[in-house]
Design a protein around this ligand. Structure first.
Ligand SMILES: Cc1cc2nc3c(=O)[nH]c(=O)nc-3n(C[C@H](O)[C@H](O)[C@H](O)COP(=O)(O)O)c2cc1C
Length: 182
């Protein structure tokens, strides 16, 4: 038997991937936003999409600069992830507040990356679509890096990379056993 759920929760049936920290900057302002709504959308060129609420400070910074970095936190950064997801960069510098270290990106000019994260995708905005109360920013990935010991044969190393999966609300999940399906 199936039960009907509120449409406001429907996204949680499909959106249980790892949360990311998206950093951006414009002039002397910068921010880090926790993002659960993200998705790869093209192989060639490599493009990903992030859904950013229209009222978020990060939406302004990404719109003006045309850049963002998708940083991958692990469970060591769970408190920093919650911090960046509950405070606005309009009111404070979240690098200081969340005790994260800004590092110059390899290819981007403005958006800093986060040293403590285990991977980073440097993205240049190629399009922006307005959908309801969010903007969908499409970023071409121009540089990607990962912590060496956590990468194996083209994927995260099974059971070693402690990604933070988001089930919705205040529920998060740790990686479990990995199966290689033949
Ligand atoms: C686990 C989690 C996931 C979130 N996912 C998103 C998201 O996908 N898109 C979004 O716009 N906000 C999301 N948020 C909320 C923003 O991170 C939050 O509003 C943040 O304070 C915005 O910061 P800013 O104003 O500096 O951009 C999420 C928050 C949490 C805790």
């Amino acid at each position: 038997m199936k039960i009907e759920i509120p449409l406001a929760q429907a996204n949680r049936l499909i959106n249980s991937g790892n949360v990311v920290l998206v950093s951006s900057a414009w002039q002397d302002r910068r921010s880090i936003i926790t993002i659960a709504w993200h998705c790869p959308v093209s192989f060639k060129p490599p493009v990903l999409a992030i859904a950013v609420g229209k009222t978020r400070f990060s939406a302004e910074l990404i719109e003006r600069s045309g850049e963002f970095v998708v940083n991958i936190p692990d469970w060591n950064l769970v408190d920093a992830m919650l911090y960046c997801g509950t405070r606005s960069g309009r009111d404070e510098d979240k690098f200081a507040g969340a005790k994260l270290t800004p590092e110059k990106a390899v290819k981007l000019l403005r958006a800093p990356k986060i040293r403590e994260c285990i991977g980073a995708l440097e993205c240049s905005v190629i399009d922006r679509v307005e959908i309801g109360d969010h903007y969908l920013f499409f970023g071409e990935v121009i540089y990607a890096e990962v912590e060496e010991g956590l990468w194996d044969n083209g994927t995260w190393k099974p059971e070693t990379a402690q990604l933070i999966y988001h089930l919705g609300g205040n529920r998060f999940m740790k990686p479990g056993p990995v199966s290689e399906v033949k």
